[in-house]
Design a protein. Structure first.
Length: 273
């Protein structure tokens, strides 16, 4: 891999293109599942009257869910211009009368003196794609107001993380035709694994939207191309949080140990400032 500044947008996988395409599938069912995901973190009324910062807003689905759950205002930021444009469109379409702002800004450029602090800072599956994960977590944590909550999700560490880092670099820099072939290989291995373990593949894909309102095909593209890429073991995250003066509030960890053969999932954490 070339030695480049991974904090720059041009070194990143084009997440925004993927989320722009996904946003066309946002409907009431997906919004409901996104709201359920936030309720798991913050409780039924945990967002009411709160200022909410969405770092790495992607499609805008969770900024929208926060507004619909009663957030006082939302600021949605992303380093990808397409993601910010998509988020703006989604919020204007589904929550036109709510208070929100969208900005093209890197997590590394967030400044509490300039942007203020927030009751809730939320970053799901984003900070491990920044090119400097621990620094990004530290920067994001500074945006949390006193006694506020910081919720994030990070890829859990697996024995094959080194392999996936190389794969993601290749996928991100490959022509679309090669990306298509790489997806075909992944799908073939996935379907084979489901057959071996006697899983219902059709039901899994059909019910996938119940996972935070997401889309199976878009998530596969996101997974294979998610460069830069880092991962973190739960204890390492707890140790980092302690250094940042964050108190554990809740965590939702992947229970079954994984080798990472087809990828890895995210451990979810909520900390209190």
């Amino acid at each position: 891999m070339k030695k480049t500044d991974l904090k720059k947008a041009e070194t990143h996988f084009k997440f925004g293109e993927n989320w722009k395409n996904f946003s066309q599938e946002i409907n009431e069912e997906r919004i409901m599942e996104a709201k359920k995901s936030l309720v798991k973190f913050f409780g039924d009324k945990g967002l009411e009257g709160k200022a909410f910062l969405d770092i790495g807003c992607g499609s805008g689905l969770f900024s929208l869910a926060a507004l619909l759950l009663g957030a006082k205002n939302v600021m949605a930021v992303d380093i990808d211009q397409d993601s910010v444009a998509t988020t703006t469109h989604v919020l204007e379409t589904f929550a036109p009368k709510k208070a929100f702002k969208t900005k093209v800004v890197s997590v590394f450029d967030l400044d509490p003196k300039k942007h203020g602090t927030f009751d809730i800072v939320y970053s799901w599956g984003v900070l491990h794609h920044t090119g400097s994960m621990e620094e990004a977590i530290a920067k994001a944590s500074k945006m949390v107001s006193p006694k506020g909550l910081f919720a994030l999700a990070l890829y859990t560490k697996t024995p094959l993380c080194h392999f996936w880092k190389k794969e993601k670099y290749l996928y991100t820099n490959a022509p679309k035709a090669i990306q298509f072939l790489m997806r075909c290989v992944w799908y073939s291995l996935f379907f084979l694994s489901q057959i071996v373990f006697r899983k219902n593949v059709i039901a899994y894909i059909r019910n996938y939207k119940s996972s935070r309102g997401m889309s199976f095909s878009h998530d596969v593209h996101d997974w294979l191309g998610g460069f830069p890429y880092e991962s973190m073991a739960p204890q390492d995250m707890r140790d980092l949080a302690k250094k940042l003066h964050l108190k554990p509030h809740a965590e939702f960890l992947i229970k079954a140990p994984r080798l990472g053969l087809l990828g890895t999932g995210c451990d979810e954490y909520v900390f209190k400032n």
